[in-house]
Design a protein around this ligand. Sequence first.
Ligand SMILES: [Zn+2]
Length: 339
Amino acid sequence: MSDLRFDPVSGQWTLIAPNRENRPVELLPVEKVSQRSVCPFCSGNESETPAALAIYDSAGRVLPASDCVAEDWTSRVVPNKYASFGPIDARTNGQSPDPLRRGPFTVSSLPGPQELVIPSPRHVSSLSELDDFETNVLWQASQDRIALMQSGGFARHAMLFMNCRSQAGASLAHVHIQLIGSPVVTNSLAGRVQRNRDCLQRENQTLIQSIIAWELAEGHRIISQSENFTVLCPFASRFAYQTWIVPNRSDVAFVDLDSAKRNELGQLCRTMTGQLEAQLNNPPYNMLLRMAPFDQAAEDHWYVEILPRTTRAAGFELGTDVWVNPMPPELAAKQLRCS
Ligand SMILES: [Zn+2]
């Protein structure tokens, strides 16, 4: 039995179609990222990247800029070598990020910064291969760079994501976070903010809090719950095995997570990506940090989303923006609970 589901957070519809689940033609083969002879993100190859913007040492301390050639590091933050715009430090202060109107078009006069956070000097090919300390420092570096974007006025919104394996968009096997400061708030992001605001006015709780309460009562799509986070497959999952890692409370911004909560979040991310890899034979996946625009942060309820890329958008999805998901999230959550 298929059903059409509306996700109140994203405002998108998904067609859950389990009758297509067993059609192997629907599933993409696992593709291997081509291995380069010299990995620019591995220890010893630091000169292959642009100069580091920040380095976190083996104790997790951020080093002074003068030490950004240090070789004893846990995380390195570097500008994206292939971005068409510069890092935060090269921005011109005082410019407005306001988009401009040109006839029927809107353009952004000030592209945002684009950076990479390399999570380990070891050649790691998935989030699941990081250890506790590396994951903690990865989140810490991400917090610091997002806070810098926010305070610097260079961007209205921070998009943090990880593309793992080539069919998820990765061009290098050594896994890394990408952070883009966007000068614009897209319609989909604005809609997300508005739906959350509507829920706050209607129920005096965030939309995510409302969903957590419902899902805990139902139980079908919950994978786990820890002291500070709930892991679930969303009701209107667009992707098979789509997973959310959601803070139980909305009053701690991502940039304000303390070390204990960073550890907890990191362990959950590694556990979930490891389970997806075991269940789906190392699928490509994207990990996203879903945050509100900076000026809406006070009422935000951020979360981490993991999207295994085992299906491909076709004409129906592109034509209607309704995606077909062959794996009911209830069944996906049940499998992930048991693994
Ligand atoms: Zn490497």
